[in-house]
Design a protein around this ligand. Structure first.
Ligand SMILES: NC(=O)c1ccc[n+]([C@@H]2O[C@H](COP(=O)([O-])OP(=O)(O)OC[C@H]3O[C@@H](n4cnc5c(N)ncnc54)[C@H](OP(=O)(O)O)[C@@H]3O)[C@@H](O)[C@H]2O)c1
Length: 304
């Protein structure tokens, strides 16, 4: 039975991935900043601790793993982008990668594969006309573009150690358990479908079940290596996403309301750039590598 260690495994994606891996017969070690005890009802899941700032880690846990899935990082849209929080966003990703790479180089281990999260924030805004971003596109000259560049570079040393490295540039994850969709749902409680800015900006999204299946596919497919966009085949505008969700949750009983860009800027500060940015991203490369999506359309994804 293979063991997968998940950094940041307590998060939205980590929790869903843990469930899928256990269902498929893997053992999972959740690497977290917080101490947690094994639940006797879920013996396949164990917990280990690390402290990224202090660069300390449970070495024995890393040595038990066949594969590491690196998801840890401070939430990008969780707080306003002050200088201190921007540093935390970057450091929580790069210094954690560094700790993993150093641990692997300094200690005997059985790790064959490392799968690391990255994000489609690496790409710039769409051009005119929009050509979907493929993996060879340059990193955007923005805070998130630079964050993704540093994040992807920081995990690269594991490939030099002979580990199979897969980097997934993740789109907006749609899950009914939290994340972006929870934010989209908030105004709908009051019957308002809040369209962000013009609503024309393209959102490249992925259903959480497809993302977990893609990670499972990457774990099991020894040929897969390099960078892949993790987005569904049919991106949609913010307006289409918001109205589709509104129809599914409220039927005909909602009022569409545009939230002007300046209000978003006041509410969110610098990170409003990201919710107003149009980014059309291609998933051709992962499809060509044999991955198939269960939730290819927004209607299907929001219904699940
Ligand atoms: N969700 C999305 O739409 C989306 C889109 C693109 C990319 N991604 C990326 O995919 C990864 C997983 O996403 P997610 O939605 O599951 O994120 P999440 O729910 O915020 O979970 C991330 C986990 O990272 C750990 N973490 C948070 N701050 C940290 C810090 N300062 N230092 C070290 N660890 C820290 C936490 O685990 P502990 O508290 O247990 O340590 C947390 O549970 C993230 O890197 C995210 O940027 C997500």
């Amino acid at each position: 039975m293979q063991t997968v260690l998940i950094t940041g495994g307590t998060g939205l994606l980590g929790r869903a991935l843990t469930g899928l891996l256990v269902q498929k017969g893997y053992n999972v070690i959740v690497l977290s900043r917080k101490k947690k005890d094994v639940d006797p009802a879920a013996p396949a899941i164990s917990y280990a601790q690390w402290d990224v700032s202090a660069q300390t880690i449970d070495i024995a846990a890393v040595q038990q793993a066949d594969c590491i899935v690196h998801l840890a990082g401070a939430g990008v849209m969780e707080r306003r982008w002050t200088a201190d929080y921007k540093k935390e966003i970057v450091d929580s990703r790069t210094r954690s990668s560094q700790l993993i790479a150093d641990t692997l180089v300094n200690n005997g281990n059985n790790v064959k594969t490392v799968i690391s999260a990255s994000a489609i924030g690496c790409y710039g805004p769409d051009g005119q006309p929009a050509a979907p971003f493929e993996e060879h596109a340059p990193f955007d000259n923005s805070f998130l573009g630079e964050t993704c560049r540093l994040w992807e570079e920081s995990i690269e040393p594991v490939a030099a150690q002979g580990k199979r490295l897969v980097k997934l540039r993740i789109g907006i994850v749609l899950s009914h358990d939290g994340g972006a969709l929870a934010e989209f749902k908030k105004p709908l409680r009051f019957g308002i479908a809040g369209i962000l800015g013009s609503g024309k900006q393209v959102v490249s999204w992925i259903h959480i079940d497809d993302l977990c299946s893609m990670i499972l596919y990457a774990i099991g497919n020894g040929q897969l290596a390099g960078v892949f966009n993790a987005v569904a085949p049919v991106p949609v505008s913010n307006k289409v996403l918001t109205l589709t969700l509104a129809r599914q949750l409220r039927g005909k009983f909602f009022i569409p309301l545009h939230v002007p860009s300046f209000v978003l800027k006041l509410m969110l500060g610098q990170s409003s750039i990201e919710v107003l940015k149009s980014t059309t991203v291609s998933c051709k490369k992962i499809q060509a590598a044999g991955f198939t999506f269960a939730h290819a359309t927004i209607e299907n994804a929001l219904g699940q």
